[in-house]
Design a protein around this ligand. Structure first.
Ligand SMILES: [Zn+2]
Length: 297
């Protein structure tokens, strides 16, 4: 047997140990050795695992190799996975990032109540709900497109802290996500709002008008991964907890609910993003736009 992982983070599996178990969940894959060492890979958008006979030609270049595990006759190769790490089972539950994964919403028997509980009991109440939607320890299956679409469908601000989300909103988020994901399992093209041009409510539609309230759809990169988030500032204001600095002396903070007024107010300098996210111009987004017909991550 041989083990080769050029970018491995964590201890190297001992040669001669036996692989006891391989489990996959969404884009996570775990290989567990009999001494308790676990290899975890997350494929994100780019990674893949291949299985070859020893000596067989690989379908991807060697420089994309992230893990190769060779045993008698077979070699399992992981290409391009951004996350390749090992840890001892013992440590797993102590690491805040490595609890058990949340239910996979694409599975018809997924426990939706458990997903709701995982939102309401989230370990970091200050995390924004838009980031929680991509947290695989809460739910699996919600990719970047669906999180924007689901938050719009529920009418909740992506900038609501998870600790402030009501049980009803948590329930609506989970059930809406499950419904949209399952409805699209068999479609060639992703549709979350039937009848809407392009099939999507907000994703990829920055600068366009919201089909529900007519306000302008916004885009921003948020979170550690700087993934694109789309939302309507008009009908998704509920729960928004972005902290704005105190306006200059002499200015009241007006609360005019009219969409045009909201748009004007959002352009005031002290109402702009203050949470470190990248506000985007339409030009920078255009380069980042995925193929609109591609399946969600
Ligand atoms: Zn709207």
């Amino acid at each position: 047997m041989s083990f080769n992982a050029p970018r491995l983070v964590g201890p190297t599996p001992a040669i001669g140990r036996t692989i006891e178990r391989v489990t996959s969940h969404g884009k996570h894959l775990e290989i567990v050795w009999d001494d308790g060492l676990t290899l975890h890979t997350h494929q994100r958008m780019t990674g893949s695992w291949h299985l070859y006979r020893v000596g067989e030609r690989w379908h991807k270049p060697t420089k994309q190799l992230r893990v190769a595990i060779e045993v008698t006759d077979w070699v399992a190769v992981c290409f391009n996975a951004p996350v390749v790490e090992t840890f001892r089972q013992f440590d797993r539950h102590r690491h805040p990032g490595f609890g058990r994964l949340g239910p996979d919403l694409c599975q018809l028997n997924a426990d939706l109540d458990e997903c709701v509980e995982r939102i309401l009991d989230h370990v970091d109440p200050s995390m924004r709900i838009a980031e929680v939607m991509l947290d695989q320890h809460v739910v699996c299956g919600v990719g970047n497109v669906y999180r924007s679409e689901v938050l719009w469908a529920v009418g909740l601000s992506p900038f609501a802290n998870v600790g402030s989300v009501s049980e009803q909103d948590a329930r609506d988020l989970v059930h809406t996500a499950a419904r949209l994901l399952r409805a699209n399992l068999v479609n060639d093209r992703r549709v979350t709002v039937p009848g809407m041009r392009g099939g999507l409510a907000v994703y990829g539609r920055n600068g366009q008008r919201c089909g529900r309230c007519g306000d302008t759809i916004e885009v921003r990169r948020i979170g550690e991964m700087k993934r694109l988030l789309y939302w309507c500032q008009g009908c998704q204001a509920r729960g928004d907890q972005r902290v704005a600095p105190t306006p200059p002396h002499g200015f009241e903070r007006p609360m005019d609910p009219h969409p045009a007024a909201a748009m004007f107010l959002s352009e005031l300098p002290w109402r702009r993003a203050t949470d470190g996210d990248d506000t985007l111009t339409h030009d920078t987004v255009a380069q980042d736009m995925p193929d609109p017909h591609a399946r969600p991550a």
